[in-house]
Design a protein around this ligand. Structure first.
Ligand code: PCA
Length: 120
């Protein structure tokens, strides 16, 4: 069994933590609906719900095994409340599919807003 995961930061192809997805299956380039913004958390980004956003966030959809997902949850700090893995609405061709992403779970006060696409 596999899950669909939207990645938008260091897990993307060519980015520094992509090795975690090395054995998984790339599905396609994707974008969230507007209303989600990308913020600079240091050397990686975080998505939060952001009413000011009109562009959405650009990333990649991957089909990942549940074992991989569990490992990613640990890696991304889900258990310590850093990100939460939650459904993120995407635009077509991924609209109406249940696709999850790591949503930043802490405050973005003082964090810099990024454009729609995170670059290494
Ligand atoms: N890693 C996850 C969340 C942010 C990050 O840098 C990702 O690439 O989707």
């Amino acid at each position: 069994m596999n899950a669909l995961l939207f990645v938008y930061g260091t897990l993307k192809k060519g980015c520094r933590n992509h090795a975690h997805l090395a054995d998984q299956t790339f599905v396609g380039a994707a974008r969230s609906i507007p209303g989600f913004g990308l913020f600079d958390l240091g050397s990686y980004p975080g998505i939060v719900a952001d009413p000011q956003d009109s562009a959405g966030v650009i990333g990649e959809v991957w089909s990942v095994s549940y074992q991989c997902l569990e490992e990613l949850d640990a890696f991304e700090g889900v258990h310590r409340g850093f990100y939460r893995r939650a459904a993120l609405p995407l635009v077509p061709p991924f609209a109406d599919q249940k696709i999850e992403a790591y949503i930043y779970a802490l405050s973005i006060a003082g964090r810099r807003r990024l454009g729609p696409e995170w670059k290494n």
